[in-house]
Design a protein around this ligand. Structure first.
Ligand SMILES: Cc1cc2nc3c(=O)[nH]c(=O)nc-3n(C[C@H](O)[C@H](O)[C@H](O)COP(=O)(O)OP(=O)(O)OC[C@H]3O[C@@H](n4cnc5c(N)ncnc54)[C@H](O)[C@@H]3O)c2cc1C
Length: 455
């Protein structure tokens, strides 16, 4: 029986393992993970820490019993120490520390990413936490139980979710971001709307604030640096970014690519024979740019893992690529993007135009209508390139960004958005969906003759 060894038991690892078993039940699959939490949704960590999802066990997409019922062998608390590519074996250290070599016919690497530790004096001390794993979560939770104030370093989506979560938990929160605005994945003026929401909910937001040191004074931590008012806290959470966990692959001589991620082709093959890799540890094929990037996201890890699993049992599936489609909820807001922003398209030598409208998520005569900002980017030749949306989270922002993502996947033009047959009922939308109004506005601004009927 061929043996597929999968290193990593999160989004990429479980997707690869399950797909391989599904397609070829004759394959013997072993999934090895360094911690005790196979197939956990680490995306749900902020909602556990906020108290909205009170039981951490509910973050499991599947229980261990459900996973094992598919015929997978699961080895928890077991760490891969070395890949011996020539010998087709991986050295493992089990829960008791005992080391052994485990042979494989095919190997899938899904070791994920690790948090970046920025150069801040005093970052390694009690009360300062990075956040990635369930282990990190429990350590932080213990501290939160005794804390009144928190400082979050990093205004990306995880920092923002944590600001919301800790406020919900009853802590006072300061959020420090080095960039001119929070949420740098969207344009600065859309990020400013998010800052306003944080301020409205009592979060002390400081942007263009470079954190340089964390000191303990009395019983508290004091976070200071350039262009920021020193902030006191009982706990500091540093969530600035992640880097691919590709060290074992590199040491085994496997080629790395963009930002040190494992280089893979679109079949998720590395340059080593019978070794596949997927998820946050690998490069991501960008669908619009037709080149490799690094975009660590759970949605991508699932898709890449599934393809790695399929190909590891003889398939020939290609990864279609990512558009960087994402959405995040911060207090009452949802912020979403897909495809390229104006500046990103310009950097790639395109000739983009971007327009923005503000409209309602549904007909205003029906109670509860909320405003949303929609920004469409298209090449001046009419090709759709991307969208960004900020609105109330009850206003179906995610649905709207997904319509654009689907249109981008289909290679559609901006004007094609206008003719999509989208659903409508006054409590949920308008005869012209906001995304269609935004497309028509883009057409009016860039090519008045093509604008067609106004809403
Ligand atoms: C707080 C938070 C919120 C997030 N929210 C979202 C979201 O809303 N939407 C979204 O798309 N993405 C989100 N993400 C990102 C998403 O969680 C990751 O993209 C996804 O988990 C990547 O999956 P992965 O399997 O590649 O890696 P990881 O989830 O990092 O898992 C790596 C696995 O490898 C194992 N491992 C590592 N090294 C070894 C070793 N040497 N030996 C054995 N096992 C090893 C680990 O134990 C783990 O099982 C969030 C991430 C965090 C931290």
């Amino acid at each position: 029986m061929p043996h597929l060894l999968v290193i990593g038991g999160s989004d990429a690892g479980i997707s690869a393992s399950l797909r391989a078993r599904e397609l070829d039940p004759a394959t013997d699959v072993t999934m090895v993970l360094a911690d005790a939490f196979p197939n956990f949704s680490i995306c749900g960590i902020p909602f556990y820490l906020s108290g909205e999802t009170p039981d951490w066990r509910h973050l499991a997409h599947r229980t261990r019993e459900e996973i094992e019922a598919t015929g997978l062998a699961v080895r928890t608390d077991t760490r891969a120490l070395e890949f011996d590519i020539g010998g087709r074996r991986v050295q493992l250290a089990g829960p008791d520390g005992r080391e052994e070599w485990c042979p494989y016919d095919r190997l899938v690497i899904g070791t994920g990413a690790v948090p970046i530790e920025p150069p801040i004096d005093g970052i390694r001390q009690e009360g300062v936490h990075l956040l990635r794993t369930m282990g990190d979560t429990f350590a932080l939770e213990e501290r939160l139980d005794r804390a009144e104030r928190a400082v979050i370093v990093g205004g990306g989506y995880i920092g923002l979710e944590m600001a919301d979560a800790l406020t919900h938990r009853g802590l006072g929160v300061t959020l420090l971001e080095q960039a001119p605005e929070v949420m740098t994945t969207v344009d600065v003026d859309l990020g400013a709307i998010v800052s306003q929401e944080l301020l409205r909910r009592g979060v002390d937001v400081q942007t263009s604030a470079l954190v340089e040191r964390i000191e303990r004074r009395g019983g508290r931590l004091v976070v200071s640096g350039t262009d920021l008012s020193p902030a006191e806290a009982d706990v500091v959470i540093v969530v600035v970014s992640v880097r691919p966990d590709s060290a074992l692959a590199r040491e085994a001589g496997i080629a790395l690519g963009v930002r040190g991620a494992i280089a893979v082709d679109r079949r998720m093959r590395t340059d080593a024979p019978d070794v596949f890799a997927a998820g946050d540890c690998v490069e991501t094929w960008h669908r619009l740019l037709a080149k490799r990037t690094y975009m660590p996201l759970g949605t991508t890890a699932h898709k890449q893992g599934r393809i790695a699993g399929e190909n590891a049992v003889g398939g020939e599936r290609e990864f279609e690529g990512s558009l960087g489609t994402q959405v995040v909820k911060v207090f009452d807001l949802a912020i979403a993007r897909t495809g390229l922003r104006d500046d990103e398209a310009r950097r790639e030598g395109m000739n983009p135009a971007t327009t923005q409208i503000r409209t309602w998520d549904h007909k205003v005569y029906y109670p509860g209508a909320t405003p949303m900002e929609l920004r469409i980017t298209g090449d001046r030749d009419g090709r759709l390139l991307g969208a960004q949306i900020v609105g109330d989270h009850r206003g179906e922002v995610a649905k709207r960004i997904d319509v654009v993502a689907t249109a981008l996947s289909a290679g559609m033009r901006v004007e094609d958005l206008s003719s999509l047959d989208l659903s409508y009922t006054p409590p949920l939308g308008s005869p012209w969906d906001p995304i269609q109004m935004a497309a028509q506005d883009w057409l009016r601004a860039t090519a008045p003759a093509q604008a067609g009927a106004a809403p």
